[in-house]
Design a protein. Structure first.
Length: 192
């Protein structure tokens, strides 16, 4: 997938006009890209459209319109767009109660390194977590992580015709979720 450039973005004025329709389009698009793995972990698989939305929202909230500021946002978010041989996801660890969340983030230390994509009978593809910066400390994990699933030729070839699941195998959290047909089709579009 191509990375976004300033020409791909709305100006602040245009975005103010287009935002309701664009937001509705992105939210509908995201539905097939969201995978709940157990009760407390959600993966949102990113692509150019989801990343554009994140950038547009940052530009809007921060009132960024200078070329240098736009370039900084593009540099920060473009790495979340798949490169044609991988899938990229934002992983959210979700516990509504803040005290329970604080306790669980300690228990779930290292969970970001225990997420795998299972494609048919091929070897699991273990996610590479937080390449931009380490979000965990020595004692707890963060509530948000960025994951990359790097697929080889066999994984990509098998993707469209195989059963696919996301699995988390952590001592304090074990769950698996099969991908439905809509999600498999949406994610298959991320490959060259």
């Amino acid at each position: 997938m191509q990375k976004l450039t300033p020409q791909d973005l709305f100006t602040l004025e245009t975005y103010a006009r287009e935002r309701p329709a664009f937001r509705a389009r992105v939210l509908a698009h995201k539905q097939a890209r969201i995978v709940h793995v157990g009760a407390h972990v959600t993966l949102v698989f990113e692509d150019a459209l989801t990343v554009q939305y994140q950038i547009q929202e940052m530009l809007r909230v921060e009132r960024i319109f200078e070329p240098a500021g736009i370039a900084e946002e593009l540099a920060a978010y473009n790495p979340l767009i798949p490169d044609g041989r991988n899938l990229k996801a934002t992983m959210l660890i979700e516990y509504p109660d803040e005290h329970e969340r604080a306790r669980k983030l300690v228990e779930l230390h290292g969970i970001e390194h225990r997420v795998a994509l299972q494609i048919g009978n091929l070897a699991p593809v273990v996610a590479i977590a937080d390449e931009d910066l380490d979000r965990s400390t020595d004692t707890k994990t963060a509530a948000v992580h960025f994951l990359r699933f790097e697929l080889d030729t066999a994984h990509v070839a098998a993707f469209a015709d195989s059963e696919i699941a996301i699995a988390i195998d952590h001592p304090a959290y074990s769950a698996q979720q099969a991908l439905n047909a809509a999600t498999r089709a949406a994610l298959a579009a991320d490959f060259d």
